[in-house]
Structure formats: structure tokens, C-alpha cells
Design a binder for this molecule. Structure first.
Ligand code: NAD
Ligand code: ZN
Length: 382
């Protein structure tokens, strides 16, 4: 490509400081170094974690450095590869990943976890393996959120944080497999291992929660109770397989866990927390049944603690957490893309809005106001 080895000047949404709207800016994206790949980002979903990182930085989320380019749920096309890259070539369709799969570390070799340790600290700090980012704006380094930064027309990621996917896959849909849908779906089928005939409750009906509902349905759960304080989410939840929908606010001060335990004659088999609040995390755990109930935490908070009554665990409940749905990222994401292509997995139904990059702040407003499920940002037009 004509741009190989050159700095690419393109447009990005830059977060200069916490709690301020994103600013559309011209940025420079440096060529990839060894074991790195530069991709042209075609589409990016807007995830709650992006919003949270900007508006809750230093509160629910640890403070990471600014300025930063957010976005971590994307799909694109390889523009060029750095030295020593063997698995990717220009033109490949890809999904960048905030969780790597290096195939070499202890965790990659272990079937019990997907938490690859490669570059972990750097990724969390918003830089690549050499401790710097490839994006700059007005001469200043701009950090790469979770090592990805997909609210930018081009970005550079490590070759271990990239999945090559079916060249026929529609990028403006499969981008959702870069985070939210994979996370919620995997929370149910992979981490929770929801069983056929079981009774499930899903807390929070954003993209992560709806994907968890979809996972419970795929696992042939008998009862899927969808819980959200925003009843506008219930229709979608039913479309994804919820058998009942509950708004905790309809029950006054009675805790939601008590309502669920009563309705299910002792508690649910699986509770999936997809809100990110310590209060709903405790409620989810307490809504599971004695002896064998399982609670999976998918919702995100980095600074807060949840309270757990010891007796609840003592009585045989299991509390689990899931990062990226338990999927081994670069290995499993191409298969999830295939599942979508074969209509075994829904994606289109999660997309409530499509917007150009210039309107990215509107996407954050829609998310915060509970009006959207997923907005997909097109990086091609403004
Ligand atoms: P979202 O904002 O689209 O959806 C959250 C939903 O929770 C909303 O529908 C909201 O009305 C509902 N809610 C809020 N308070 C509630 C309460 N008290 N009871 C019931 N429902 C309530 O968010 P999303 O993009 O679907 O993400 C959900 C969570 O998952 C976030 O915390 C996000 O950071 C996290 N996440 C985790 C991972 C991971 O790897 N574990 C990956 C992606 C996202
Ligand atoms: Zn996300």
C-alpha cells in the first residue's frame, strides 16, 4: 500500500481530559513496529466501558493517563504489518482485541482461563510493548485505550491482539464481537456454563446483558428472567429469549433478590450480573439457589467492592467473574464470527443506532440515557 512505512494523518475522537466530551481531531498514526499491525478501522461499537472510562475516571474506574483515544469494540482491514508479523497481511479483515492470545504464556496454555498475560500492564496503561503509543495529536502522545483505540480511522495493535476473520463478514456488524456481545454471550455459555432446563436471571439489559440472555437461550435454559430498571429494554429482551421481565422499581423497597427467590421457589440456578454495580452484584449472588446456584459477574468496576454474606457462599453457591466472556480471544472470535454468518448468533438486533465519527458524543448521550443498545460508529464518513 502507498501508506506502508509512512505516518498516516487521519481523524480521531480524542479524550483530552476526564468528564469532557470527545474532540474530533486530526491525529498522526505511526507505522507498526515489530510484531505490530496497523489497521484501517471501519466500524466501532460504543461500549459502556468507554463511557465509564471517560466519565467515571478515578471513581468506578482507575485513573489512566489522558489524552486517550477510546474505543475497543471494532472491526477493520489490515493496512500494513511491522517486521516479524507472520499471521497477517494487508487486506485481511480483522477484529482488534483488548485481551491478547499469545499462545505461549501459562494462562494461554491453560484451558481454565483466557487471561493472557502478554503486555498486560502496558495494555492497561494504554501503550504498546515498547511503552509508547502509535497515536499522536499536535505533537503530543495520545494513549491507546486498552491497547486498541478504535475511535480513530487507523490504529496499531500487537499481532497477538488481533483476530483474522472470514473475509465475507460485514465489519459494521461483527465489530460487536470485539467486546459486548462476546462478553455477555460467553458469560452464559462459557464462564457460567448455563445448563439445559435451568432457571436464569440476567441483571442489566444493555448489549452485554442481552447477549447473556441470548446465551441462556442458546443453552436451552427453561426460564430466563430479565431484570432492568429501564422497562424500555424489555421488548428487546423478549426478542432475545427472556421469558419474563422484571423492573425492581415496581416492588417498592423490597430487594430484587427476595422477589426472585420467591418467584423461583428458592432462587435461580444462574444469575448473570451485567450492570457493573456492587449492589446488583450482591443482589445477583443472593438471588441464586442454596446448594448449587452460580453467579457470574460481567459488569465492570475497578475500584469498588461487593459485599458477600459468608453464609451464602457456605451454603454452596459459586461466585465467578468473566473477562471477555471467558473466550480465548484471537482463537475463539473467528468462530463467533462464523456462528453469526451461519445465523447461530444474533448481532444485527443489538444495533439500535449508526452514527458517523463526528457524532460520537451523541452516541455517549444515547448510551447514558438508556436510549440505545449499541451505536455503531462508522469511521469512513463524518
Ligand atoms: P449498558 O449501559 O448498555 O447497559 C447497562 C444496563 O443496566 C442498562 O440497561 C441499565 O438500565 C441497567 N441497570 C442500571 N442499573 C440497574 C439496576 N440497579 N438493576 C438492573 N439494571 C440496571 O452497558 P453494557 O455496554 O451492556 O455493559 C454492561 C456492563 O458490562 C458495564 O459495567 C460494562 O463496563 C461491563 N463490561 C464488562 C466486560 C467484561 O469483560 N467483563 C466487557 C464489556 C463490558
Ligand atoms: Zn467493552
Amino acid at each position: 500500500m502507498a501508506t506502508t512505512g509512512q505516518v498516516i494523518r487521519c481523524m480521531a475522537a480524542v479524550a483530552w481530559e476526564p468528564r469532557k466530551p470527545l474532540s474530533i481531531e486530526e491525529v498522526d498514526v505511526a507505522p507498526p513496529k515489530a510484531h505490530e499491525v496497523r489497521i484501517k478501522v471501519v466500524a466501532s461499537g460504543v461500549c459502556h466501558t468507554d463511557w465509564e472510562y471517560l466519565y467515571e475516571a478515578g471513581r468506578g474506574m482507575s485513573l489512566r493517563p489522558f489524552p486517550v483515544v477510546l474505543g475497543h469494540e471494532a472491526a477493520g482491514v489490515v493496512e500494513s504489518v511491522g517486521p516479524d508479523v507472520t499471521k497477517f497481511a494487508p487486506g485481511d479483515k480483522v477484529i482488534p482485541l483488548f485481551l491478547p492470545f499469545c499462545e505461549e504464556c501459562d494462562q494461554c496454555k491453560c484451558e481454565k482461563t483466557n487471561l493472557c498475560k502478554k503486555n498486560w500492564e502496558n495494555t492497561q496503561a494504554g501503550v504498546l510493548a515498547d511503552g509508547t503509543s502509535r497515536i499522536s495529536c499536535r505533537g503530543q502522545q495520545v494513549y491507546q485505550f486498552l491497547g486498541v483505540s478504535s475511535f480513530c480511522q487507523y490504529t496499531v495493535v500487537p499481532d497477538t491482539s488481533l483476530a483474522k476473520i472470514n473475509p465475507k463478514a460485514p465489519l459494521e456488524k461483527v465489530c460487536l464481537l470485539g467486546c459486548g456481545v462476546s462478553t455477555g454471550y460467553g458469560a452464559a455459555v462459557k464462564t457460567g456454563k448455563v445448563e439445559e432446563g435451568s432457571c436464569c436471571a440476567v441483571f442489566g439489559l444493555g448489549a452485554v446483558g442481552l447477549a447473556a440472555v441470548m446465551g441462556c437461550q442458546a443453552a436451552k435454559a427453561r426460564r430466563i428472567i430479565a431484570v432492568d430498571i429501564n422497562p424500555d429494554k424489555f421488548q428487546k429482551a423478549r426478542e432475545f429469549g427472556a421469558t419474563e421481565c422484571i423492573n425492581p422499581r415496581d416492588y417498592g423497597n423490597k430487594p430484587i433478590q427476595e422477589i426472585l427467590v420467591e418467584k423461583t421457589n428458592g432462587g435461580v440456578d444462574y444469575a448473570l450480573e451485567c450492570v457493573g454495580s456492587p449492589v446488583t452484584m450482591s443482589a445477583a449472588l443472593e438471588s441464586t439457589r442454596d446448594g448449587c446456584g452460580t453467579c457470574v459477574i460481567a459488569g465492570w468496576t475497578e475500584t469498588e467492592s461487593m459485599s458477600v454474606k459468608v453464609i451464602k457462599i457456605l451454603m454452596g453457591r459459586t461466585l465467578k467473574g468473566t473477562y471477555f466472556g471467558g473466550w480465548k480471544s484471537a482463537k475463539d472470535v473467528p468462530q463467533l464470527v462464523e456462528d453469526y454468518m451461519q445465523k447461530k448468533l444474533k448481532l444485527d438486533e443489538f444495533i439500535s443506532h449508526n452514527l458517523p465519527l463526528a457524532q460520537i458524543n451523541n452516541a455517549f448521550d444515547l448510551l447514558r440515557n438508556g436510549q440505545s443498545i449499541r451505536t455503531v460508529i462508522s469511521l469512513d464518513d463524518f
